[in-house]
Design a protein around this ligand. Sequence first.
Ligand SMILES: [Fe+2]
Length: 182
Amino acid sequence: MEQKTSQKSAGDGGQAAPALRTPTDLRPQATSEVAEALNALLADVYALYLKTKNFHWHMSGPHFRDYHLLLDDQATELFAMTDPLAERIRKLGGKTLRSIGHVHELAQLDDNDEEFVSPLDMLRELMQDNKAVAASMRKAHEICDDHKDVATASLLENFIDETERRTWFLFEATRSADESGH
Ligand SMILES: [Fe+2]
């Protein structure tokens, strides 16, 4: 059982099986470290995608339409990140996620399986999660910089901007009427 876990972990070097090691001029350590950071990020993006859809599906209240649509837009954006992140890892010869179990193993964000969550609590929780994802992206960017992996760094820069946009929208949507002046 323990052996199975270590095989799946992104912390075991991040290198793919020999037959799947895409040629690259980056050092093996670069592949390992970038793959490890991106796989953890990818797991969080999948977790946040499903949580955003969960809240989209279970939204309620007088702002239902606005919030329901906002979260659908955000979920679409999150899902669109997954393929470029996974393929970036493969381009470097790393191994990436294979299963929902692997996502569960690597994701840092907490699930929310509550029967009912109020609309504002949903938006606040997503705002915090997006902030955490932006911080993980910045850390991954530093690792890319260390290894001169400019392509992954460039990919992350756009994703950080999108993540900060989601955080901004969620922040504004959670402000009280008094605070926002409306
Ligand atoms: Fe929908």
